[in-house]
Design a protein around this ligand. Structure first.
Ligand code: ATP
Ligand code: MG
Length: 487
């Protein structure tokens, strides 16, 4: 038995409380019964003493001869079985006695005699006669407010003591037996209730990153333990998912780096096969550089995302005039859009009195975010299309994360980057924010994409307590909507 175990402690407490209750109950029962039995004896003694007192002055009783029993029987037809009676005069001299007191007499204490002479009744328990204690009433009889006689009636307390002793024996046997049974029962119940906990422990012990698909068997009854099991299972599911994501991420990352490395290796091998002219080397090196650039971008992006994951990136927040910021950025991006003849502009920039919108943000990250979005817009739009940027203020509840002071912002800057490009199928819209996800791998790669841009965008927006969503129709275009808390 493990004395530190919960089942032991539970049972111990249970038995302890039950024990205190049972013992209190027994004590109360014993005290009440003993008081009531003793009071009963006293009452009977007193009624008999009163009866004898009332009869004691009758001539028949007074002058009758023989024992008190005969006198009582003659005057009242009374046979006081088991009672010892003696009558004394006012000074304490013993007069008539009942037959059962032949040869002996009831003791009378000084205290009782003194009380009686003052007219008070005294009850006493005396142990000096025989084996069993006697209860004695000393009852003064008054005539014309003078104590003329003292009546003593006694009764053995044997029955009372017997009854109490029996009760004590019964309690002494039953209370420990009940406690024994209760502790066994308690242990059984605690065992039964805690059995699932053992199962949880065993399963938890067995789970490693290799077998996160294990689950603890759920219970039919919905109680605290079943809630614990459900919570535990949910936790394993989340861990499982995280591990899968990490594994997937590692596989994707290695794969992504493998392609440019293979190309690089191939190009160098081909170049080394024979002596070449300087301009041929130049060409090969240029192509090499392209692959190296691609790899270093992937590694940079990966590093950024990993740092973001462990919260190592600090945002340098400052007041950004988003209206001006976006206008400047759009101007810069026009150079990128030119070769494809894509029109790129702020949708509402013409309005001179356009309200200025400010946010608290990291300017570098904001630049990265919108360059990524606009770049995508340009990349995935056919020649002659357009990328329009709309900036508006929005007021109202949103499902964005809580801000650092624990409140939900309700003033937002809403930025829409809308293109007229190839669009994204419904089933892919959720996935495009996942790392390394690309709708068309070959096409994306051709354009230098590795599928990390939107993951970074999502991280930047969420680090600013904002949200990013996409609306798109294949063949018509896509709109990326960013909401950021404004000031
Ligand atoms: N404006 C868009 N129109 C159509 N498809 C898009 C658009 N933006 C993103 N996508 C799809 O989502 C995928 C993921 O985009 P993301 O920006 O994360 O990666 P990428 O552009 O391929 O590479 P990277 O941005 O890392 O250079 C893209 O490969 C593309 O298939
Ligand atoms: Mg991109």
């Amino acid at each position: 038995m493990d004395f530190k175990s919960l089942r032991f402690k539970l049972t111990l407490w249970y038995v302890l409380i039950l024990g205190v209750l049972l013992i209190s109950f027994s004590a109360l029962l014993y005290i009440t019964l003993s008081r009531s039995l003793y009071r009963d004896v006293d009452q009977k003694l007193r009624s008999l003493a009163e009866l004898i007192a009332s009869e004691s002055s009758s001539p028949f009783f007074k002058f009758g001869l023989g024992s008190i029993d005969q006198a009582l029987e003659a005057s009242m037809n009374l046979k006081p079985i088991g009672k010892f009676i003696q009558v004394l005069d006012e000074s304490g001299r013993i007069g008539r006695k009942s037959e059962n007191l032949k040869g002996i007499q009831l003791p009378i204490s000084l205290n009782a005699l003194r009380n009686a002479s003052k007219g008070f009744i005294t009850y006493e328990t005396n142990h000096s006669v025989g084996n069993t204690p006697l209860r004695i009433i000393t009852y003064p009889v008054k005539e014309n407010s003078q104590v003329t006689k003292i009546i003593q009636v006694a009764s053995s307390l044997e029955d009372v003591e017997d009854a109490l002793a029996k009760l004590l024996t019964i309690l002494a046997i039953t209370v420990p037996s009940i406690l024994m049974i209760a502790s066994l029962g308690g242990l059984f119940l605690a065992n039964k209730a805690l059995k699932p906990v053992d199962r949880i422990t065993q399963t938890a012990r067995m789970i490693t990153s290799q077998n996160l698909n294990q689950r603890i068997q759920t219970l039919k009854v919905k109680d605290e333990i079943s809630r614990l099991i459900d919570t535990f299972n949910e936790m394993i599911s989340r861990l499982d998912q995280s591990f899968r994501q990490i594994k997937q991420f590692t596989t994707d990352a290695s794969h992504e780096l493998k392609t440019p490395l293979t190309i690089l290796k191939g190009e160098v091998e081909v170049a080394l096969r024979k002596k070449r002219l300087p301009h041929e080397y130049e060409q090969i090196l240029e192509s090499n550089l392209e692959e190296i650039n691609r790899m270093s971008k992937i590694v940079e992006d990966l590093l950024l995302l990993s740092k973001a994951d462990i919260g190592e990136i600090q945002l340098n927040r400052e007041d950004i005039n988003l209206t001006r910021f976006m206008a400047g950025l759009v101007e810069q991006m026009k150079i990128l859009a030119q070769p494809k003849n894509i029109r790129i502009e702020m949708n509402n920039h013409q309005a001179e009195d356009m309200e200025e919108i400010h946010i608290l943000g990291d300017a570098l990250r904001m630049r990265e975010l919108f360059i990524n979005l606009i770049e995508n817009g340009i990349k995935y739009t056919e020649e002659g299309g357009s990328v329009l940027i709309t900036l508006t203020k929005e007021i109202g509840e949103s499902h964005t994360p809580l801000t650092s002071n624990g409140k939900r912002a309700n003033h937002f800057a809403k930025i829409i980057v809308a293109d007229t490009g190839i669009g994204i199928a419904k089933e892919d819209q959720e996935k495009i924010f996942n790392r390394f996800f690309r709708v068309d791998k070959a096409r994306s790669r051709e354009q230098g994409g590795s599928g990390l841009g939107l993951s970074i965008c999502k991280w930047i927006v969420e680090a600013h307590q904002g949200e990013i969503t996409v609306q798109s129709e294949p063949g018509k275009g896509s709109s990326f909507i960013v909401r950021l808390p404004s000031i």
